[in-house]
Design a protein around this ligand. Structure first.
Ligand SMILES: [Zn+2]
Length: 56
Protein backbone atom coordinates (compact mmCIF):
# COMPACT_ATOMS: atom_id res chain seq x y z
CA UNK A 1 0.00 0.00 0.00
CA UNK A 2 2.67 2.51 0.98
CA UNK A 3 5.03 1.68 -1.88
CA UNK A 4 3.33 4.29 -4.07
CA UNK A 5 5.57 7.00 -2.67
CA UNK A 6 8.98 6.85 -4.23
CA UNK A 7 11.92 8.66 -2.80
CA UNK A 8 14.38 10.47 -5.03
CA UNK A 9 17.20 9.57 -2.70
CA UNK A 10 17.26 5.89 -3.64
CA UNK A 11 19.11 6.71 -6.82
CA UNK A 12 22.39 4.87 -7.16
CA UNK A 13 25.45 5.91 -9.07
CA UNK A 14 26.51 3.21 -11.48
CA UNK A 15 29.66 2.68 -13.39
CA UNK A 16 29.35 1.94 -17.09
CA UNK A 17 30.22 -1.69 -16.34
CA UNK A 18 27.41 -1.95 -13.78
CA UNK A 19 25.03 -0.28 -16.20
CA UNK A 20 25.96 -2.80 -18.88
CA UNK A 21 25.44 -5.68 -16.44
CA UNK A 22 22.05 -4.30 -15.47
CA UNK A 23 21.07 -3.86 -19.10
CA UNK A 24 22.04 -7.45 -19.88
CA UNK A 25 20.14 -8.67 -16.84
CA UNK A 26 17.00 -6.75 -17.79
CA UNK A 27 17.34 -7.90 -21.37
CA UNK A 28 17.83 -11.50 -20.36
CA UNK A 29 15.26 -11.55 -17.57
CA UNK A 30 12.60 -9.02 -18.43
CA UNK A 31 9.92 -10.22 -16.04
CA UNK A 32 10.34 -8.67 -12.63
CA UNK A 33 8.33 -9.49 -9.56
CA UNK A 34 6.77 -6.28 -8.26
CA UNK A 35 6.81 -7.62 -4.70
CA UNK A 36 10.40 -8.72 -4.20
CA UNK A 37 12.14 -7.47 -7.39
CA UNK A 38 13.28 -10.94 -8.36
CA UNK A 39 13.73 -11.40 -12.10
CA UNK A 40 12.58 -14.14 -14.41
CA UNK A 41 13.21 -15.13 -17.99
CA UNK A 42 9.71 -16.31 -18.65
CA UNK A 43 6.39 -14.80 -17.75
CA UNK A 44 5.29 -18.27 -16.70
CA UNK A 45 8.12 -18.42 -14.16
CA UNK A 46 7.09 -15.09 -12.69
CA UNK A 47 3.51 -16.28 -12.40
CA UNK A 48 4.63 -19.49 -10.71
CA UNK A 49 6.88 -17.52 -8.37
CA UNK A 50 4.05 -15.20 -7.37
CA UNK A 51 1.67 -18.10 -6.80
CA UNK A 52 4.33 -19.90 -4.78
CA UNK A 53 5.96 -17.14 -2.73
CA UNK A 54 3.39 -14.38 -2.55
CA UNK A 55 0.18 -16.33 -2.26
CA UNK A 56 -1.64 -15.57 0.93
ZN1 LIG B 1 8.45 -12.08 -5.66
Amino acid sequence: MNNLVRSESDQVIETSEERKQRFLLEFDMPFKCDKCNERFKKKKHLREHKADVHSY
